[in-house]
Design a protein around this ligand. Structure first.
Ligand code: ATP
Length: 343
C-alpha cells in the first residue's frame, strides 16, 4: 500500500503539485492520469524522494529513506532512457544487481521476461524507445519488488508491446503487488486499471475506481429500438427523459435507466427490439473531468486569409475551458483554480 499525504511542490511561483493525498492499494493496477503538465512526473519524483517538496509518502508504512534495500521493495521507471552510457544492457543490469545483492542469474531472467535476450549484449543508447521501456521494466523488476511505479511505460511500445505490458502489469497486480502507472493512453488504461488517481494543475480531481469515475463525469444513455418510436418517445419525454435520434437508428434516451424504460414499455404494451445501456468511455470522462484544468490548450488553424503569411494562429493561449466539474462524493474534488529511472 502506498499512502501519499499532502504532497506539494513549487517551481518558483508555479505550484506543480498542490496538496495531493491519495492511496494506492495492492492487488490492483492504479492508473495515474492528468493532462500535460498536470504534475504526474513531479508527483512520482516526490514519492521516490527524487525531488524536494512538502508532504510524505509511505510504502507499507515506511518512508522511502527508511527502506534499506529499495530495489527489493520498490521498482520504478521514471525516464525511459536512463541507462549507463557505455555498458551493455546486460552489464548495466548486472551492475545494479551486484549493488543490491541480487543473483546474476536474475539479470538473464528479467531480460528474457521483457523480450530483450537477443540484444542483451548491445548498448542501450542504440535502443528504440520501446526497447528502452522494456529494459527499464527489467531493471525495475530485478529485485522482485512488491511495488512498481512507472511513468508512461507504454510510451514507444508497439501494439503487441502495449498488450504485453497490460498483461504483465495485471499479472503482477494479481500477485498482490502495488502498481502505480501513469499513461496518456486512455483506452489502454480503461483495459488495464482498476483504480485511478486523476489530477489537474497539481490538484486532486478523483481518487477511486474506474467505473465510479466514468459514472460521475459522464451521463450514460440507453439505446431503444421499437416500431412505436414516436409514441414511446412522447411517453419517455412525459416522465422527464431527454430523447435524441440514435445515429444507428432508434432513440437515445438520457435521464432514465434501462429498467425504468423496460417497465414503461411493458406497461404500455410497446414492443422493444433493442434496449441497451450505452456506457461512456474513460476518455469522455477524462475530458469532462480535466477540461477545466487543461494547461496547454491548442487552437485550431485559422483560415489562410486571416493569418496571411504563416497560416498559423498566433493568438495567445487561453486560460482553459470554461467547464466545471460538479462536486460529487468525497472521492472527487474540484481542480479549477489556476495555480501556477530509478529502481
Ligand atoms: N524542473 C522544473 N522546473 C520548472 N518547472 C517544472 C520543472 N519540472 C516540471 N515543471 C513544471 O511543473 C508542472 C508539472 O510538470 P510534470 O512534468 O510533473 O507534469 P506531467 O503531468 O508529468 O506532464 P506530462 O503529462 O506532459 O508529462 C509543469 O507545469 C512543468 O512545466
Amino acid at each position: 500500500m502506498i499512502t501519499a499525504q499532502g504532497l506539494r511542490k513549487r517551481y518558483g511561483d508555479k505550484t506543480a503539485v498542490d496538496d495531493l493525498s491519495f492511496n494506492v492499494r495492492p492487488g490492483v493496477v492504479t492508473g495515474f492520469l492528468g493532462p500535460n503538465g498536470a504534475g504526474k512526473s513531479t508527483t512520482m519524483r516526490l514519492m521516490l524522494d527524487l525531488d524536494h517538496g512538502a508532504g510524505e509518502t509511505r510504502f507499507d508504512g515506511r518512508r522511502f529513506d527508511e527502506i534499506r534495500h529499495p530495489m527489493h521493495e520498490i521498482g520504478a521507471v521514471l525516464e525511459a532512457k536512463a541507462f549507463h552510457p557505455t555498458r551493455t544492457a546486460r552489464n548495466h543490469l548486472r551492475m545494479l544487481a551486484a549493488g543490491s545483492r541480487i543473483p546474476r542469474k536474475r539479470v538473464d531472467e528479467v531480460l528474457d521476461f521483457v523480450g530483450l535476450s537477443d540484444v542483451k549484449s548491445k548498448k542501450p543508447r542504440g535502443f528504440s524507445l520501446g526497447m528502452a521501456q522494456r529494459l527499464g521494466l527489467a531493471q525495475a523488476l530485478l529485485g522482485e519488488p512488491g511495488t512498481l511505479i512507472l511513468d508512461e511505460p507504454a510510451n514507444g511500445l508497439d501494439p503487441h508491446g502495449i498488450h504485453w505490458l497490460r498483461d504483465v502489469l495485471k499479472t503482477l497486480a494479481s500477485q498482490g503487488r502495488t502498481i502505480f502507472v501513469s499513461s496518456h493512453l486512455l483506452s489502454e488504461m480503461s483495459l488495464m486499471a482498476d483504480e485511478l488517481v486523476v489530477i489537474g494543475r497539481g490538484k486532486m480531481i478523483f481518487n477511486g475506481d474506474v467505473d465510479t469515475f466514468v459514472r460521475q463525469f459522464t451521463q450514460s444513455t440507453v439505446l431503444v429500438k421499437t416500431p412505436s418510436a414516436s409514441e414511446f418517445a412522447e411517453t419517455l419525454k412525459g416522465m422527464g427523459a431527454t430523447i435524441d435520434p440514435a445515429p444507428e437508428g432508434g432513440l437515445l434516451v438520457s435521464g432514465a435507466d434501462a429498467s425504468v424504460i423496460g417497465e414503461l414499455a411493458h406497461r404500455d404494451n410497446i414492443i422493444l427490439h433493442e434496449l441497451a445501456t450505452q456506457s461512456a468511455s474513460l476518455e469522455e470522462a477524462f475530458i469532462t473531468a480535466t477540461g477545466a484544468s487543461e494547461e496547454y490548450v491548442a487552437h485550431g488553424l485559422t483560415a489562410p486569409e486571416a493569418t496571411q503569411s504563416s497560416g498559423v494562429d498566433s493568438s495567445p493561449p487561453a486560460a482553459g475551458r470554461e467547464q466545471e466539474p460538479s462536486t460529487g462524493s468525497g472521492q472527487r474534488t474540484d481542480a479549477n483554480e489556476p495555480s501556477g529511472g530509478t529502481a
